[in-house]
Design a protein around this ligand. Structure first.
Ligand SMILES: NC(=O)c1ccc[n+]([C@@H]2O[C@H](COP(=O)([O-])OP(=O)(O)OC[C@H]3O[C@@H](n4cnc5c(N)ncnc54)[C@H](O)[C@@H]3O)[C@@H](O)[C@H]2O)c1
Length: 360
């Protein structure tokens, strides 16, 4: 199969859909790979690295879309790409159709085959192509939180791990899924005292088994949250109720119970946030302050670490890319239920229930 990888042209998107290691795997199986010149630059991969494993570098995005049978991307096509997409062409990328009617209409019009990373689903109900970005965001939440706890950045002026003779910082993690687990591990590794809360007792049992001694598991309820926020230096919001807006576990009036300079990192901001006062921010201006409390609410946290994010994403996507390249999308989606769930729009028709419902 002829696979094409355009450069991402969405604002501030430095990831790329394939690494040289991935190209090598495809080339070994007899496939051909076109890479738009400099597509990997933002993630630290130069054209010559792709050439050395057998890719062909093409100068423009038009070349990629005009020739490729499968276009491999990270983000959804943006308006200037809509007319480049061809009938019958397979697009494998994050789409998030439900949040964009113009994109949905454009892809219907194109009669392309749109397979969305975010709806590929394993037999156990997990979303294998979303997990890597949650892992990145979870780990980053502590790195960012620790930074904004510094006094010049309006934090309390606390070093999370403390030093001999001083107290450890206190971290509260709300939600013990992928994001919360990675956050708790990072905070514990820095030496902080960590509380992680979830509503699932089963999950808390698991976390209690695997976490180090400086992590305490607690049931998530209003009483426990109100008690813990008084002491916490850094609070990470990491709850998810699938298909629904995140519940506001920290309401505006609760900010008064926190000490000035407390830092809130609401990773769940992309689902509306679990802290009432959080509204989405960007990497250019990541924080704002309300009632002396620092709010960090960046909706695309992995975008700040494109090298790690590209590797994490492509580690997860490559097995599916190989399946699609080897079998073609029809056979691959017939034989793999996980991939079949990724089909969103096929030849001008919406074939995914969630996307269809989003537009009535
Ligand atoms: N901002 C970003 O850049 C970014 C990146 C990746 C993921 N996210 C978001 O982070 C959030 C968490 O993702 P995840 O992959 O960890 O989800 P997950 O499903 O793995 O975990 C969510 C956890 O929240 C728990 N939960 C639900 N209600 C709760 C409550 N009231 N109190 C405490 N815990 C509760 C669930 O039991 C579950 O364990 C999602 O909204 C996701 O979209 C944001």
């Amino acid at each position: 199969m002829l696979i094409g990888v355009p450069a991402e042209i969405k604002n501030n998107e430095d990831r790329v859909a394939i690494t040289p290691a991935g190209v090598l795997e495809l080339v070994k199986l007899g496939h051909r790979v076109l890479i738009q010149s400099n597509a990997g630059f933002g993630s630290g991969f130069e054209d010559k690295e792709y050439i050395s494993v057998g890719a062909e570098i093409v100068p423009t995005i038009e070349d990629v879309y005009a020739r490729a049978e499968m276009v491999l991307k990270v983000k959804e096509p943006i308006a200037q790409e809509y007319d480049l997409v061809r009938e019958g062409q397979l697009l494998f990328t994050y789409f998030h159709f439900a949040s964009s009617e113009p994109l949905t209409k454009a892809m219907i019009k194109s009669k392309a085959v749109c397979l969305a990373y975010e709806t590929v689903e394993s037999a156990d109900g997990s979303l294998p192509l979303l997990i890597p970005m949650s892992e990145v965001a979870g780990r980053m939440s502590i790195q960012e939180g620790a930074k904004y706890l510094e006094k010049p950045l309006k934090g309390k002026g606390i070093l999370l791990g403390g030093v001999p003779g001083t107290p450890r910082g206190k971290v509260l993690v709300l939600g013990g899924g992928i994001v919360g687990t990675q956050a708790a591990k990072m905070a514990a590794g820095l030496g902080a005292n960590v509380i992680i809360m979830d509503i699932s007792l089963k999950r808390l049992r698991y976390l209690a088994d695997i976490m180090p001694a400086n992590v305490t598991t607690m049931m998530s309820n209003q009483h426990n949250i109100e008690t813990a926020i008084k002491e916490a230096d850094l609070i990470v919001g990491a709850v998810l109720i699938p298909g629904a807006k995140a519940p506001h576990l920290i309401k505006r009036d609760m900010l008064k119970k926190m000490r000035p300079g407390t830092v809130l990192v609401d990773v769940a901001v992309d689902q509306g946030g679990c802290i009432e006062t959080c509204t989405p921010t960007t990497h250019e201006a990541p924080t704002f302050i309300i009632d002396d409390i620092v709010h960090y609410c960046v909706a695309n946290m992995p975008g700040a670490v494109p090298y790690t994010s590209t590797l994490a994403l492509t580690n997860a996507t490559l097995p599916y890319v190989l399946e699609l390249a080897n079998k073609g999308w029809q056979k691959a989606t017939e034989e793999s239920l996980a991939l079949k769930k990724g089909l969103n729009i096929v030849n001008g028709e919406i074939v995914h229930k969630g996307v269809a419902e989003a537009f009535a």
